[in-house]
Design a binder for this molecule. Structure first.
Ligand SMILES: [Zn+2]
Length: 352
């Protein structure tokens, strides 16, 4: 891990600072971090998950949490305002060198590196805030209603929940990123992936199957792995237009919060036009993944995935997000039968 100043020249640093400032300046980012400081997500966010169990259970105590507890917003607002990026954040030096090697302001590799850096920053801030253990919710409710504390709500089971069913250790979780015992920061990393999903529209993952140094074979656009109700569970690739909007928005440089809110493409959402989708387990075999430790152990089993239809998206609008569709064939037949561990080992040696 390395600090930004150790690797980046001023132009690259300026682009990154501008990008991060604009993302952190959105209401979406503030409300996401405010929920972490509260200690519980608000109800509408808690149920807006793929295959949400809470959605079916209005008796779940999280249904009471329709707004943030008093004081939850002020802490992240002050934290973000005083954030010194150089002193707080650090990144994989391999990623920083890859970003430094790009032409600042143009090219697919520049875009992918910048988006990955921003995603990792969003993740790190969530980890930091979670580890600070604010738990505003308990300050309000622990004496007044012990059955409504963070631990009580998180551990709540209905009478029909099987005894062997393993609950997530936190309600800030993405359905595909819950193997906390594998993560360097444990539960806090699960919270970080959740924050990426809320702020950016999904966990940002990259195609690491090549170094992408051949100018005739540009790096593919970033992929996102979303966790929203009635949105595909598959990893989906951003369209050129989406990726461009993601880069253009952070680089807009506007200091006006209202202006940023109206122009913000965040969070990105999959639509019927995002036809390049990959089964999450198959993605790791194609070396499309985020962190080597973030993949489910189930993905370690070599498996050939045949062509199939993605039936996980339907024509529904949820919480103002337009979704969709009758999709077709998103998964290619893949003939790479190498053990996944070999693929991982090789991909880790690829600069980008
Ligand atoms: Zn609360």
């Amino acid at each position: 891990m390395a600090g930004l100043d150790a690797v980046l020249d001023q132009p690259h640093r300026d682009f990154f600072d501008s990008a991060l400032g604009n993302v952190f300046g959105t209401e979406r980012a503030l409300e996401t971090y405010a929920q972490i400081v509260d200690g519980l997500p608000i109800a509408s966010v808690a149920v807006d998950r793929y295959g949400s169990r809470h959605e079916k259970s209005l008796s779940h105590p999280i249904a009471r949490h329709t707004s943030l507890c008093p004081g939850a917003t002020e802490i992240p607002r002050a934290f973000l305002a005083q954030l010194t990026i150089s002193g707080t954040l650090s990144f994989d030096d391999e990623l920083l060198r890859a970003y430094q090697s790009t032409q600042p302001g143009s090219g697919r590799s520049f875009e992918c590196c910048l988006i990955e850096l921003v995603a990792r920053a969003v993740h790190q801030i969530a980890v930091l805030l979670f580890q600070q253990g604010h738990c505003i919710h308990n300050d309000v409710w622990s004496t007044e209603d012990p059955a409504y504390t963070i631990d009580a709500v998180t551990a709540w089971r209905s009478e029909r929940t099987p005894a062997h069913f393993r609950l997530d250790p936190t309600l800030f979780s993405h359905f595909a990123y819950g193997v906390v015992e594998q993560y360097p920061d444990g539960v806090a990393d699960a919270v970080g992936y959740w924050a990426e999903n809320r702020v950016l529209g999904g966990v940002v993952i990259l195609d690491r199957s090549d170094s992408w140094h051949d100018e005739h074979q540009p790096e593919p656009n970033v992929f996102l792995h979303s966790d929203y109700a009635r949105v595909t569970f598959r990893v989906w690739r951003a369209l050129d237009k989406q990726q461009q909007s993601l880069v253009d928005f952070p680089l807009s440089g506007s200091s006006n919060t209202c202006s940023r809110a109206s122009s913000s493409p965040l969070p990105l959402a999959a639509s019927e036009k995002n036809l390049d989708r990959i089964d999450p387990e198959y993605a790791t075999r194609r070396k499309v993944y985020r962190d080597i430790w973030s993949e489910s152990r189930r993905a370690m089993s070599p498996r050939i995935v045949s062509a199939t239809k993605d039936l996980s998206t339907r024509t529904v609008s949820v919480f103002g997000r337009v979704k969709e569709t009758t999709s077709q064939m998103y998964i290619e037949r893949h003939k790479d039968t190498r053990p996944i561990e070999t693929a991982f080992t090789k991909s880790r040696c690829v600069a980008r």
